[in-house]
Design a protein around this ligand. Structure first.
Ligand SMILES: [Zn+2]
Ligand SMILES: [Zn+2]
Length: 234
């Protein structure tokens, strides 16, 4: 009773503002129902890499030709204009209050039936993390683990051992070459079912490289949990 009164008082004193339309919104998360409805779900996609597909095929061409080292990407949202706006605020403008919203967007829409043994955030190179002050994938993994009790996070098991050139503007082949040998695994992953956590999957080159390092370290299954997937290049 006292808690609910205090909660209502806090809502009245510090109302939430929607991060998209800037109107007041009820509830603890800064996204109103109307704006949430504007986000596009990644409903029809490759069963393996979550690439949005125009047809009802189960797998995309790339997964058919060269299956990736990961088993499945779970990416419930499309990286559209509104999603990109929220993500930029979270990732590059230090609006870390958006972390619970990001986790909520994943948790309410992700189709996951079996949980992994451990969550491993995709690491940033130490220099980039030092410059940014945080790794958004690690924040997201921590928030997901809080909502899924018993699921540990290990932000140190996978390391990015060399800095890679910024990848925007590179095609899939250039990204793959840029990333070769980037990740090392510290400790064993023997028979572990791992979920890699990241914000957005673009070409999937980072996830492929990280997953193959984990496979070499003995992981039995590697899934990739991310918020959104970019559409295929035109
Ligand atoms: Zn709104
Ligand atoms: Zn695919």
């Amino acid at each position: 009773m006292v808690n609910s009164l205090l909660g209502r008082l806090a809502d009245a004193l510090f109302p939430n503002v929607c991060c998209l339309c800037q109107w007041r919104c009820p509830g603890r998360l800064p996204l109103c129902a109307d704006c949430r409805n504007e986000l596009a779900a990644n409903a029809r996609c490759c069963r393996r890499c979550a690439l949005p597909l125009a047809s009802d095929s189960l797998l995309c061409g790339q997964c058919l030709q060269a299956p990736p080292a990961f088993d499945r990407v779970v990416a419930p949202w499309l990286y559209g204009e509104y999603f990109a706006y929220i993500l930029r605020r979270w990732k590059f403008q230090d609006d870390l209050a958006l972390t619970p919203l990001m986790a909520d967007l994943w948790l309410r829409s992700a189709d996951v039936t079996v949980l992994p043994d451990i969550l491993l955030p995709i690491p940033l190179h130490w220099y980039r993390q030092w410059r940014r002050g945080y790794n958004q994938a690690e924040l997201l993994a921590g928030e997901l683990a809080r909502a899924l009790p018993g699921l540990p996070v290990d932000a140190g098991r996978l390391r990015r051992t060399r800095a890679t050139a910024a990848q925007s503007g590179m095609d899939a082949r250039q990204r793959a070459r840029n990333l070769q040998g980037t990740f090392t695994v510290t400790g064993s992953c023997d028979n572990l079912r791992v979920a890699l956590v990241d914000d957005v999957l673009t070409t999937g080159a980072t996830a492929r490289e990280a997953a193959s390092a984990l496979r070499q370290a003995g992981a039995a299954r590697v899934d990739v949990w991310c918020l959104a997937r970019t559409p295929p290049p035109q």
